[in-house]
Design a protein around this ligand. Structure first.
Ligand code: HAM
Length: 422
């Protein structure tokens, strides 16, 4: 019996991987200009980190985690998201003591959620994320939002929508929470078991329920924006003012609650504009968190960040025909004939590669014609021909494929010559 790839995962082969690399380079470049540095944290963590960090009434923690007991009888979980691990590291590595505050980080890597796979919803997906930890200045919110939007813009996706909401501070959230309980309680029997159990524990999660989305009480649920206290209102206004100043367009949606428990104040999502996209249109999600670092044993420290999956970004790029970055071709293919020439070619390849020239040759003992065909398939910009005659004369015949121009180059000058053609 043959073994298949696990459901909800994918192989990314040459031909597709170039687009991934291109996105990664672009996203990292934007992060560099915003002065964010990369952090790499483990792919598995203690399960408790996510129970505390992401919140144990969330779908992610209740239904979607890949959790296993290791040989030392400890409960471990493949990370479902990146923020909790970064916050853990911030506490453990005492980054709060770093004189450079806020600590501005980005990360990229596989995340795991046991979800029902469909297009844009994978069980293993790659998130690119950013966290700025250590400042409660609304200017950091605007900076992080601008960074996220810049990545999309840099990749040519200019018509994505930024959806913004405020979840308020603790006082505002408590007032909203009370209003939600009063709103849903009389009819809670009409809701699913999860919603029923979340009513008292975390009624905000009801708004995020996938099963009861269409219930009329969802539409009429009290809005957080009506429960913001003056401080939270002012905070939200400042963020909006700064975004306006940068010319970043957004829509305010008071029903945006996000699926994780740690958010306060600013919450946001970036959406694709629908067409050719199916049900899933959220490309990116994020927001501000206040209690996370403290809950993980650090000093009370605010943070804000976002993450998007490269899978969904690629869907958006494909829908817009923006998924064909110029593919790196081969600089040079050496066509060699005879044992001696093949040996020499191996040495030349070694030297060319050291000089930064991408190059290759035949390894299947193919005839000259088949070697030329291989050079064509690889779209080599130059083909260099080395036979017995050339060896005797100490030269190599270099052909520029696009123009068909040929040039005899002394073997002693070949490496320099190819380096100049790059
Ligand atoms: P999230 O909304 O759970 O937030 O996920 C962020 C993004 O990850 C989504 O917008 C989507 O692009 C991608 N994503 C999530 N699940 C899947 C999936 N099953 N398949 C493909 N893509 C997926 C977070 O993870 C937060 N940690 C974001 C954050 C950072 N908040 C503050 N800092």
């Amino acid at each position: 019996m043959s073994i298949h790839i696990p459901r909800g995962t994918q192989d990314i082969l040459p031909g597709d991987v170039e687009l991934w690399q291109y996105i990664e380079v672009k996203a990292k470049e934007v992060c560099r200009t915003y002065h964010y540095k990369e952090i790499r944290t483990p792919i598995f963590e203690h399960t408790e980190l996510f129970q505390r960090g992401v919140g144990d009434t969330t779908d992610i923690v209740q239904k979607e985690m890949y959790t296993f007991t290791d040989r030392g009888d400890r409960s471990m979980t493949l990370r479902p998201e990146g923020t909790a691990g970064v916050a853990r590291s911030f506490v453990e590595k005492k980054m709060f003591g770093n004189p450079n505050q806020p600590v501005k980080l980005y990360y990229q890597g596989p995340m795991f959620r046991y979800e029902r796979p469909q297009s844009g919803r994978m069980r293993q997906f790659v998130q690119f994320g950013v966290e700025a930890i250590g400042s409660a200045d609304p200017a950091i919110d605007a900076e992080v939002l601008a960074l996220a939007m810049s990545i999309y813009e840099e990749l040519g996706l200019t018509d994505v929508k930024l959806i913004l909401n405020s979840l308020g501070d603790k006082e505002s959230r408590d007032a909203h929470r009370q209003a939600l309980i009063e709103h849903f309680k009389p009819h809670i029997q009409e809701f699913c078991a999860d919603c029923q159990s979340r009513l008292e524990k975390n009624p905000l999660r009801i708004l995020d329920c996938k099963k009861d989305r269409e219930h009329p009480l969802m539409q009429s649920a009290p809005s957080i924006l009506d429960h913001l206290n003056d401080e939270s209102k002012a905070y939200f206004e400042k963020v909006r003012h700064l975004l306006d100043q940068l010319g970043i367009r957004y829509e305010v949606d008071p029903t945006l609650v996000r699926g994780l428990d740690y958010y306060y104040h600013t919450a946001f999502e970036i959406m694709a504009d629908g067409e050719g996209f199916g049900a899933i249109t959220t490309l990116c999600g994020g927001g501000r968190y206040t209690g996370l670092v403290e809950d993980l044993g650090g000093p009370s420290t605010p943070g804000i960040g976002f993450a998007f999956s490269i899978e969904r970004l690629i869907m958006a790029l494909k829908a817009k025909g923006l998924d064909k970055p110029s593919v790196e071709t081969l600089d040079c293919f050496i066509v060699a004939l005879g044992d001696e020439a093949m040996d020499k070619a191996a040495k030349l390849l070694y030297q060319l590669r050291k000089a930064g020239v991408s190059c290759d040759k035949d390894y299947l003992d193919r005839k000259m014609k088949a070697q030329f065909k291989a050079a064509d398939r690889y779209q080599a910009r130059y083909t260099a021909i080395l036979g017995e005659n050339e060896l005797d004369q100490g030269i190599i015949n270099v052909k520029e494929m696009e123009t068909g121009k040929q040039k005899e180059v002394a073997l002693t000058e070949f490496i320099d010559y190819m380096q100049e053609q790059r």
